[in-house]
Unconditional design. Structure first.
Length: 352
DNA sequence: ATGCATGAGGG
DNA sequence: CCTCATGCATA
């Protein structure tokens, strides 16, 4: 029944764009970012190549693995569950080193004395170059802030909507459903964000998670159940999103937008709780599946080093980096985009 | 739980 | 091309 994809995009997108948090969020998120800002922004001005070279060299040195020669394989692997896909394109070369090193590489000096990481590099370079005459204020080449929290939960792929059914008509709805930004410049702010200090969000997320678990509902269940609430502009969400909400790994705005919806669900669920589901019904074996490139650890280290220096490389630079790392340009571009997004997420984005 | 990807909307 | 919200695929 229904190609199971019939419920994917519910654009509540349109709503939140380029939020400068100009006035309203200046106290919350904007603040956090400011705290992280490094005084020296743009380090480029003609040193590009040398900087990139150094970043790479250092990143490479950082990964001194027992291989005397350079990696003979492609820097990335592309997985796909489909055998019918002939386009092993980006990786005709299967990487034998796959998980051995690609998983745990936490940028924190546990590698030894030579592990000069991006932050150090930046620091080093900035002191010697900040005089070259550029001062473009950048976002925040902050050192990484990685938080690793793991706790296994359920893994339950839902391609179902056995109880969901319906929805999907919202793709054409008004773009401002649960927007947080109603302001169009007039700053008549009053309706949105206000009542949303990160403190409360954190508290809510925690409560939500606990009660959800108490109800014996999985993140995926919550996601699909949201469609049943029939809130205008709100369709279902994925396990990923629910998970991210609970772990506060969404942007501040996203958190605020989702809170009311999840709260509504929680209330309804507790009212008439006690309903499970799980009919992992079958699907067609013939679906074009999305591929997920896997960037190997060494390359990832290089990218991180570059990112520390310049979070927003130009197209040319991206191309150059892509070539050096033997990655597709688009892969590199997306990596930077995702990295930037990551930087803006909640959680311990700053002082906590 | 998270990495890489897609797409809308805005320049 | 970017930012953002989201999701599939995966570890």
């Amino acid at each position: 029944m229904m190609t199971m994809n019939g419920k994917q995009h519910f654009s509540m997108h349109a709503a939140l764009h380029e939020p400068k948090y100009s006035g309203l969020h200046a106290g919350s998120e904007g603040m956090r970012r400011v705290c992280l800002s490094a005084p020296q922004g743009n380090l480029f001005g003609g040193f590009d190549e040398s900087l990139l070279a150094r970043a790479e060299a250092l990143a490479a040195a950082d990964g001194i693995v027992p291989h005397g020669k350079s990696h003979p394989f492609k820097a990335d692997v592309t997985y796909h569950t489909m055998s019918s896909v002939p386009c092993t394109s980006s990786s005709a070369t299967t990487v034998p080193v796959s998980h051995s090193i690609s998983s745990h590489h936490h940028h924190h000096h546990l590698l030894g004395p030579q592990s000069l990481e991006a932050a150090d590099l930046l620091d080093h370079l900035s002191s010697s170059l900040s005089v070259t005459g550029m001062g473009a204020p950048q976002e925040v080449p902050s050192a990484h802030h990685h938080h690793h929290h793991q706790q296994h939960q359920q893994h339950h792929h839902h391609h179902l909507q056995t109880m969901g059914q319906l929805h999907q008509a919202m793709a054409s709805m008004h773009p401002h459903a649960l927007s947080v930004h109603g302001n169009g410049g007039g700053m008549a702010c009053s309706v949105n964000d206000v009542e949303s200090d990160p403190r409360e969000l954190e508290a809510f997320a925690e409560r939500f998670k606990q009660r959800r678990i108490k109800l014996g509902v999985t993140q995926a269940d919550v996601g699909s159940a949201l469609a049943n609430l029939k809130i205008p502009g709100v369709g279902s969400l994925s396990q990923s999103t629910i998970c991210r909400f609970e772990s506060l790994t969404l942007s501040h705005n996203n958190m605020i937008a989702l809170k009311p919806v999840l709260q509504a669900w929680l209330e309804e669920a507790e009212a008439a709780y006690r309903e499970k589901n799980s009919k992992p019904d079958l699907f067609n074996g013939s679906e074009r599946k999305r591929k997920r490139t896997s960037i190997a650890a060494p390359e990832k280290r290089s990218l991180e080093a570059y990112f520390a220096i310049q979070p927003r490389p130009s197209s040319e630079k991206i191309a150059a980096i892509a070539e050096k790392l033997e990655l597709k340009k688009n892969v590199v571009r997306v990596w930077f985009c995702n990295q930037r997004q990551k930087q803006k997420r909640m959680k311990y984005s700053a002082v906590h």
